[in-house]
Design a protein around this ligand. Structure first.
Ligand code: GRF
Length: 209
């Protein structure tokens, strides 16, 4: 990455792709400092891929069931991403854990957004688990992916109030509004300023010409 060219982003999705759309919209401004060079998915026929296609961004989809093992799928995913030589990989609603081959190649360059305030409520049911626990504040976390489940060093967090009458759906939708803003702000800073991971601490900066 350098100051002269926009950072190349590969975005991984599994669903509606509203976080992806927020990044695509932000990248339309050259001052944002990044562009989405490809969108990958673990399934076909999702709105996330359709959003990429409408934006003229190349896509690829690799399903675990089409491979003999999870490891082979992970290696194929790493290969598909490598074809686009990304500076940053954004897992935005990608519902698969990245494996050892992928992280050996891209560890430290992959961020994931999770709809809860880490370290609370890791896993697939962040909003539902927060609601069931009865917390009054939850939110979203952007972190640098490590081998654990939503355990990596934290880049940014956004807090969201839980209100009376919330359902999993209403809470998750409100979290996603905050999540998209956090994601766009943070990825833009990572692209323009760089970022440094020191143990569990992540700070922006360190990009050299
Ligand atoms: C986001 O809340 C993400 O954190 C979670 O699933 C949601 C994906 O939303 N894992 P979208 O596909 O970006 O609309």
């Amino acid at each position: 990455m350098s100051h002269t060219e926009p950072a190349a982003l590969v975005v991984l999705v599994s669903g509606s792709g509203t976080n992806l759309q927020a990044l695509l919209d932000a990248c339309a401004d050259p001052a944002y400092g990044a562009r989405v060079v490809a969108v990958g998915a673990d399934r076909h026929g999702i709105e996330g891929l359709a959003r990429a296609e409408r934006a003229g961004v190349p896509t690829f989809a690799l399903q675990v069931k089409d491979f003999d093992s999870r490891e082979e799928w992970d290696a194929a995913l790493a290969g598909a991403v490598a074809a686009y030589d990304p500076d940053i990989i954004v897992s935005a609603g990608f519902m698969k854990l990245l494996g050892s081959t992928f992280l050996a190649l891209y560890g430290g360059k992959v961020v994931n957004t999770h709809p809860a305030l880490s370290p609370s409520f890791p896993g697939m049911r962040g909003p539902a688990d927060a609601l069931a626990y009865g917390v009054k504040v939850t939110g979203a976390t952007l972190f640098v992916v490590d081998p654990g489940i939503d355990t990596g060093p934290i880049v940014a967090q956004a807090a969201v109030e839980v209100v009376d009458g919330d359902t999993e759906e209403t809470l998750h939708e409100r979290i996603k509004v905050a999540e998209r803003t956090m994601l766009v702000d943070s990825v833009g800073r990572m692209a323009r300023e760089g970022f440094v991971v020191e143990g569990r601490r992540v700070r922006f900066g360190g990009l050299v010409d």
